[in-house]
Structure formats: C-alpha cells, structure tokens
Design a protein around this ligand. Sequence first.
Ligand code: FAD
Ligand code: A2P
Length: 276
Amino acid sequence: MTEAAPMSETIAKPAKPHLPDAQIVTSVTHWTDRLFSFRVTRPQSLRFRSGEFVMIGLMGETGKPLLRAYSIASPAWDDELEFYSIKVPEGPLTSRLQHIVVGDEIILRPKPVGTLVHDALLPGKRLWLLATGTGFAPFASLLREPQTYEKYEQVIMMHTCREVAELNYGRTLVENLAEDPLIGEMVAGKLLYYPTTTRETFSHMGRVTDNLSSGKVFADLGLPQMNPAEDRAMVCGSLAFNIDVKAILEGFGLREGANSEPLEFVVEKAFVGDGI
Ligand code: FAD
Ligand code: A2P
C-alpha cells in the first residue's frame, strides 16, 4: 500500500435531510484504500457518552435500511458526529458507504450503547486505551473528551496496525489535540501515545499483546507494570485481539467490568468476524 496524502472535502452548511433518521454528510477523508473517516450532522436530540456506538447505514436495494454498528469517533460535546470506517470490498454496507460524498444522506439510529465508557470503570491513576485497526474509533472520541483527563493522571494510547499509513487517522488526531481549544491544555504531559506496526518498518513495532507481556511498553514509557490498584484499561479490536489482551490484563490482576458493574477494564469488539 502506498502512503498518500489524505483526500478531504467539506461543506460549511448542510442541506435538510429527506429520509427518517437521516443525517447529512458534511466531510469525507480517505486515509488509505481500506480506511476513511466522515462527519455527519448530529440529531439535536441525540445524547451519548463518549466511547459509545450507534447503528448507521444506507437504504438497501430492497428499500429496507442496511445498518451496521459504528463507534462514534467524535466526543459527546461535538456539534457533528464523526465515524472512522473500514472499506470491505465485498461488504454489504462499506462497499457502498466508501463512496459517500458531501451532501449525501446516511441513516443513523439515535440509540447509543456500549461498554467503553468512563462509567464502566472504577477510579484509577492511569487509563490504558488498547486498539488495533478501526478499534481506534471509540478512543478517537474518548481522547477528545475532557473527562478522560480529569479522571486520570496519565492516559496511554496503544494502537497497532499492520502498516504505517493505517496509523495516520490516529496520529493526526493525537497531533491535533495539543491545539484543541477545549482540551489542549489538559492533554499536555498527560497523554502518552504508543503507535506500533507489525508488518512495515516503523519507529515502534510489535503487537500490543507482545509489548504488554514482554514489559517493553512499560520500559519504553517509564511506567510500572499494570496493576489493579492504579491501572484501568479499555480494549477494542478483533475478537482474537480482545481475547488475548483480556488474558494479559487478567494476568496483571485486573478484572473485566461493565456498565452494571464497574471494575478495572472493559472490552468491545471493533467488528464481528475473523478479519479480511
Ligand atoms: P460486514 O458483512 O459487516 O463485514 C464483512 C467482514 O469484514 C467481517 O466478517 C469482517 O471479517 C470484516 N470487517 C468488518 N468490519 C471490519 C473492521 N472495522 N475492521 C476490519 N475488518 C472488518 N467498523 C468500522 O469500520 N468502524 C467502526 O467504528 C465500527 N464500530 C463497530 C462497533 C461494534 C460494537 C461492532 C460490533 C462493529 C463495528 N464495526 C465498525 C464493524 C461494522 O459494524 C461493519 O462490520 C463494517 O462497517 C463492515 O460492514 P459491511 O456490511 O461492509 O461488511
Ligand atoms: P499481525 O500483523 O502480527 O497479525 P488485522 O489487520 O488482521 O485486523 O490486524 C490489525 C493489527 O492487529 C495487526 O497489527 C495485527 O498484527 C494485530 N493483531 C491481530 N490479531 C492479534 C492478536 N490476537 N493479538 C494481538 N495483536 C493482533
């Protein structure tokens, strides 16, 4: 895959939608041939907690909505909603969704849910956000959420992709945080960003799992090994990734929590299936 400058387009003032539950696309950015992000208008009534997901989609050929789960990548305070998406060539939704342009309508069911929320964790000193691929999306929301920096002394974002270009959405977002008028000052000195690749040479390499179990990430960042008294974690990746990370976190003594029972870590699938 070649690394190209992301292609973006935006509009200032969206038109009024026609379909029920429809929102208007206000910008689209293509990051690689497999990844893009887009922003849409936000229903005035929609309230959500940073880190949650909703069902979005397009009208199917049969006249029925074709919907899929998507993490809201924008924070709860944003006027618009942002999404970060895979492009699956034969995927029923994303084979079409990848072609949306500014001014198009998408369907958005305004019922946010999910476990990657602050309420599902007990208070702690450090928050670890652990993602592969598009699993970065809920953390794109939480990294722009003031509560993230109010609740924790340090926030560590580990994101792993096969290739360097696949990190670009996350890298750009993290780089822009310092300039953010709302949280720029809160982030300074608190956020530790640890991106790695596994199949292309990069400054830091290796799977999240290997860097945790070998202790490399703790040594690199000058942090103690994770422990249940101080560390909290949110995990979002493929099923295999989630299972492997969960075992490692449990090995460190952390317990999996939920909205109904806040504990030391929470997990959500970035997608259903074995990968592509
Ligand atoms: P599908 O038929 O849904 O998927 C076809 C195959 O493509 C899957 O079996 C899987 O092997 C692969 N695949 C699907 N999604 C991904 C992915 N994200 N990364 C790698 N491989 C994938 N997708 C996003 O792109 N962004 C999100 O923020 C997002 N959030 C999600 C949150 C939850 C809770 C869940 C369960 C899924 C989420 N997904 C997300 C996946 C999304 O729901 C769809 O699967 C995806 O948009 C592809 O839809 P599709 O109809 O084109 O193909
Ligand atoms: P690797 O290249 O060693 O397989 P994918 O594109 O297949 O979803 O993978 C995204 C990233 O997640 C890749 O860097 C991949 O590493 C890594 N990964 C895949 N499965 C696991 C797992 N079970 N544990 C840790 N990392 C994983």
